[in-house]
Write a protein that binds this ligand. Structure first.
Ligand code: PLP
Length: 396
């Protein structure tokens, strides 16, 4: 037996464990102080009533012989795939039910999709990035090249440079909160078609786009059906982080649909019926109204954070159509402090924790280009967010 040596090439991530350890140590040393986390990457509001009701009904069905269900279609029940198509249709995007693959969340499919591509492909990944794209490709031994996000491009890197075969894009972005415009996505689609590349479009935060005429699906762009696979998730949009359900769109025009179907029917046996009934309820008018209330709550938090940073004169992206805000750490802030942690992002983490009792996420944890930046999340409690921004404005 030989192990997959590529696993030896993974870089250990100490991001969240180091945050937890520093947070814990501070709390232990200062039990009287209230620490507020703006680092939360999970939702905090519960499932919508329409969703839990649908699940309860499905549970009851499973206990009755006449309505019991065993194995389902590994691609997902028709009722949920139809509901997904209806959701797209309301956005003006025509999707066939055969192109919809119900998943147990976007993370699995974003990595599993690599099964259908040759190991010799070069993969283009933006930096900073949601780390799972990198690790899944390192495990598969693929060559990775990076496209750099920076203040200059508002953390929205554009095509250029070395040719890639597989391109990961995420919009609205985690960690930066930046959102591509229709024109910018159009450039990526043109690039992919020119080079025969495939775009793996992570749309996990599409429901947070609230206006500004920004695209919520890559299929709003002409030609994208031939060169893009879209990964969607109910995790952040409808509170399914623990419940697990998402959907992936593999258009027939990519020429990859049958391969993915074959892969899924071989290695995946579908999402539980009860969960799919809950997911179906998300797309009903009632479900949509209820999840919108939660999204609006998080977005009001995001606006509070963004307003605070603007008031403090800090450069940032995100927070407008995204639950994440990506702030720049100004040199003066670091000079004010004598924090010893290596690098600006971690020095700022210490500074914020010790002077304002706020926890956030150091940008460097998402890639080299994240050094000097910091991610704030809006998934917390409203009063805590308001208090945190009051405290932060006083020290920035
Ligand atoms: N993609 C991005 C950009 C994310 O931030 C996350 C979760 O944080 C995921 C995918 C994973 O989503 P899921 O819970 O559906 O697996």
């Amino acid at each position: 037996m030989k192990i997959n040596e590529n696993y030896n090439n993974l870089t250990e991530s100490y991001l969240f464990s180091t945050i937890a350890q520093k947070h814990g140590a501070y709390k232990a040393a200062h039990p009287d102080k209230k620490v507020i986390s703006l680092g939360i990457g999970d939702v905090t509001l519960p499932l919508a009533p329409a969703v839990t009701l649908a699940m309860e009904k499905a549970v009851a069905e499973m206990g009755v012989k006449a309505t019991f269900r065993g194995y389902g279609d590994s691609q997902g029940y028709a009722f949920l795939r139809e509901a997904v198509c209806g959701y797209y249709a309301r956005k003006g995007v025509e999707i066939s039910e055969n192109d919809v693959f119900v998943s147990d969340g976007a993370k699995s499919d974003l990595g599993n999709i690599l099964d259908i591509f040759d190991g010799g492909n070069t993969v283009l990944i933006p930096d900073p990035v949601y780390p799972a794209y990198v690790d899944a490709n390192v495990m598969a031994g693929r060559r990775i090249i990076y496209t750099q996000g920076s203040e200059g491009n508002n953390f929205l890197p554009m095509p250029g440079g070395e040719k890639a075969d597989i391109i990961y894009l995420c919009s609205p972005n985690n960690p930066t909160g930046a959102v591509y415009t229709r024109e910018q996505l159009g450039e990526w689609v043109t690039y992919a078609r020119k080079h025969g590349a495939i775009i793996l479009f992570d749309s996990a935060y599409e429901a947070f786009v609230g206006g500004d005429d920004l695209p919520t699906s890559i299929y709003e762009i002409d030609g994208a059906r031939e060169c893009a696979i879209e990964f969607c998730s109910l995790s952040k949009t409808a509170g399914f982080t623990g419940t697990r359900c998402g959907y992936t769109i593999v258009p027939f025009e990519t020429g990859l649909r049958n391969m993915w179907l074959r892969r899924q029917s071989t290695k995946f046996n579908g999402v539980p019926y009860i969960i799919q009934r809950g997911a179906e309820a998300v797309f009903t008018p009632e479900g949509q109204e209820q999840i919108k209330e939660n999204i609006d709550y998080y977005m009001e938090n995001a606006h509070t954070i963004a307003r605070g940073l603007s008031k403090a004169g800090v450069w940032y992206v995100g927070g407008q159509n995204s639950p994440y805000i990506w702030m720049k750490i100004e040199d003066e802030v670091i000079k004010k402090s004598d924090y010893k942690s290596e690098g600006t992002s971690w020095a700022f983490f210490d500074f914020l924790l010790e002077n304002a009792q706020i926890v956030g996420t150091p940008g460097v944890g998402f890639g080299k280009m994240g050094e000097g930046y910091f991610r704030l999340s809006s998934f917390g409690d409203r009063d805590d967010v308001i208090e945190a921004m009051d405290r932060m404005c006083k020290i920035l």
